[in-house]
Ligand binder design. Structure first.
Ligand code: HEC
Length: 158
């Protein structure tokens, strides 16, 4: 135990640095670049971009149904629509795609799915339309915040 293995230490430090760098790239930074309009562009494969955009259109459809349900006082429809775009809908995103998304994007995305679950619960439990509408307003803040920060680009377009 007296002799320290300098090579072993060297290799360990290099490996650790490698792991930390990969963790940073895949968990925190994502596959991003600057874009001309000032937003951060996330570079995805065309199929991955399609998947994220399809999720987005599901968000907007959900918001439409929820709004209509609130106007008509149909809380079952509100609860159903919100549930559909809740956390259950977030599952099934491939790890390879996850790795390309910045941490802030993932956090905001998950928070949005969770908020729709909470909205669904409120609509089911209390059915207080005013409260649900207030939750909807909060959620729309997530939409606009993320849209003003990020855009998606196809890797093949470059
Ligand atoms: C975590 C980030 C994030 C959140 C949260 C988010 N979006 Fe998006 N959304 C994006 C990005 C990025 C794009 C692509 C924008 C671009 O490339 O210019 C997008 C695109 C869209 C599109 C266009 C879809 C298409 O087919 O082109 C719609 C509609 C949309 N979002 C609706 C919503 C709604 C409604 C919400 C909130 C309920 C929401 N989004 C929340 C990031 C987000």
């Amino acid at each position: 135990m007296k002799k320290t293995c300098k090579l072993c230490w060297g290799v360990s430090v290099l490996l650790l640095a490698g792991i930390l760098a990969m963790g940073y790239m895949f968990v925190i930074r994502g596959n991003v670049t600057e874009s001309a309009d000032g937003r951060t562009a996330i570079i995805l494969q065309p199929g991955e971009r399609d998947l994220v955009l399809a999720e987005m259109r599901a968000f907007l459809e959900g918001v439409q149904t929820i709004t209509e349900g609130l106007v008509e006082g149909d809380m079952n429809s509100v609860a159903d629509a919100a549930k559909k775009i809740g956390m259950a809908n977030a599952a099934g995103v491939p790890v390879t795609l996850m790795a390309k998304l910045p941490l802030e994007f993932k956090t905001l995305g998950m928070a949005t799915h969770k908020a729709f679950d909470a909205l669904s619960l409120e609509a089911t439990d209390m059915g207080d339309g005013k409260k649900v509408l207030a939750q909807m307003a909060e959620i729309l803040n997530n939409c606009t915040t993320c849209h003003s920060t990020y855009r998606l680009e196809s890797a093949s377009k470059k």
